[in-house]
Write a protein that binds this ligand. Structure first.
Ligand code: ATP
Ligand code: MG
Length: 412
């Protein structure tokens, strides 16, 4: 997450923290009544005040709601406004590998510009995130859904094409044919796939403005040398998109090829629909569990974020309070420190220090306490020395500590 957030900052994204649940209506209207997410996958409930609420299935609707409620569209905010979020999402789905009922997404949203350069820089950002982890075996797949009017025309053409095949379609697709025919295009059913192969292409129905927008997106991707594929049968499961949509798909056979780990696109009507002024939007979400699975399949070395600097071995009850003082002092100087609390034999404590990969082990027993010093051992070399408790408690402890480590390393 830290690695991703570092990249997001370069693109001037700021974090937004969102509530876990919202009004059910926000998702029903935003994501779309006929979408799987709303019609089948929502965890919704009545609260004690008889409000119809839902655990969020995705992040975009909540960001749009916050944007409108807090009037971020006002002129005092630099445009475009760029937010990212990171948190749990909930969908009632059949759990399987890479598909959980509670999962996590890091997502971004950009408000306030129709400039295709935003589509491209945001898709580039998604690719940069994966490349930064060393994941190369990926495809950026793009498509354009056009605007509302062209989609209505396309919808009709698609229904006209599919109707003669009605009996051959899967049950799911039969149900979708009139409610949400575009969803038939991304059916996973083998026979459906065969039928939609020859369906009319959405790109043929784009009006002039959408055609120009899509052309510019492709040109800019080319100019940045970002490889991409166009899949005219790719639609998204959420109803709010228009013009550019995209998915990042893995090709890693060890992981399970053709898995989507990131998806998003343009949504110029959603802010208005939620009650704000006309405001274009663009965003995507990355599934964190799927990313982690992919990294595991690629043997990615996850960094240990809490490398222990020092472990304090304590011998005897009488050193308990002094050990407390010592860890407190070491932490003041920024060291990551743990100590023994349960009074095990020194041998077991050393084993623990080894297992936790501590750089240094300090040993404090009755003798040391009496002499006001402590034993310091560098595990890497096994060399050890005694240092005065007064040095640990002095303001320039950090310098003393570092010079001792240097000596223990070289064995002076
Ligand atoms: P899918 O087609 O796999 O169901 P989706 O179209 O429902 O995905 P989006 O709503 O676009 O997915 O969410 C973006 C990303 O979030 C997905 O690409 C995926 O990585 C992740 N994601 C979606 N649903 C789940 C889930 N139930 N469990 C884990 N990750 C998920
Ligand atoms: Mg889904």
């Amino acid at each position: 997450e830290a690695k991703i957030e570092e990249i997001l900052k370069k693109y001037y994204f700021h974090e937004i923290r969102l509530p876990i649940f919202e009004q059910f209506e926000l998702f029903a209207r935003g994501v779309g009544e006929t979408s799987d997410i709303v019609s089948k996958e929502m965890y919704d409930f009545q609260d004690k005040g008889d409000r119809h609420l839902a655990l969020r299935p995705e992040g975009t609707a909540g960001v749009v709601r916050a944007y409108v409620e807090n009037k971020i569209f006002g002129p005092e905010h630099h445009k475009p406004v760029k937010y990212f979020y990171n948190g749990p999402m909930f969908r009632f789905e059949r759990p399987q590998s890479g598909r959980m009922r509670q999962f996590h997404q890091i997502g971004v949203e950009v408000y306030g510009t129709k400039n295709p350069a935003i589509d491209v820089e945001t898709m580039h950002l998604a690719m940069e995130i994966f490349h930064n982890f060393g994941i190369k075996d990926l495809s950026l797949v793009i498509n354009s859904l056009g605007n509302t009017e062209s989609r209505i025309a396309y919808r009709e053409a698609l229904i006209a094409y599919l109707e003669p095949h009605f009996d051959e379609l899967s049950e799911d697709s039969q149900q979708r044919l009139h409610k949400n025919p575009l969803r038939v295009l991304d059916s996973t059913d083998r026979k459906d796939k065969e039928i939609v192969k020859d369906a009319p292409s959405v790109l043929e129905y784009l009006d002039e403005a959408s055609t120009k927008h899509f052309e510019e997106v492709k040109e800019m991707l080319d100019y940045l040398e970002v490889p991409y594929e166009i899949d005219t049968n790719m639609v998204r499961g959420l109803d709010y998109y228009n013009d550019t949509i995209f998915e990042v798909i893995t090709n890693d056979p060890d992981f399970g090829a053709n898995t989507t780990i990131c998806a998003g696109g343009r949504y110029d009507g959603l802010v208005e629909q939620v009650g704000g002024p006309e405001t274009p939007g663009f965003g995507f979400a990355i599934g964190l569990e799927r990313l982690v699975m992919l990294l595991e399949a690629a043997n990615f070395e996850f960094p240990n974020l809490t490398e222990l600097d020092a472990f304090i071995v304590t011998i005897g009850d009488e050193v308990n309070t002094e050990a407390l003082k010592i860890v407190t002092e070491l932490r003041k100087h920024g060291l990551i420190v743990e100590r023994e609390f349960v009074g095990r034999k020194p041998g077991s404590q050393f084993k623990t220090a080894d297992k936790l990969n501590a750089k240094v082990v300090f040993t404090l027993g009755g003798m040391e306490l009496e002499n006001r010093n402590i034993n310091m051992k560098l595990l890497e070399t096994g060399n050890q020395t005694k240092i005065q408790l007064d040095d640990i408690y002095s303001d320039n402890f950090k310098e003393i500590y570092e010079s001792e480590i240097k000596k223990l390393k070289s064995g002076e």
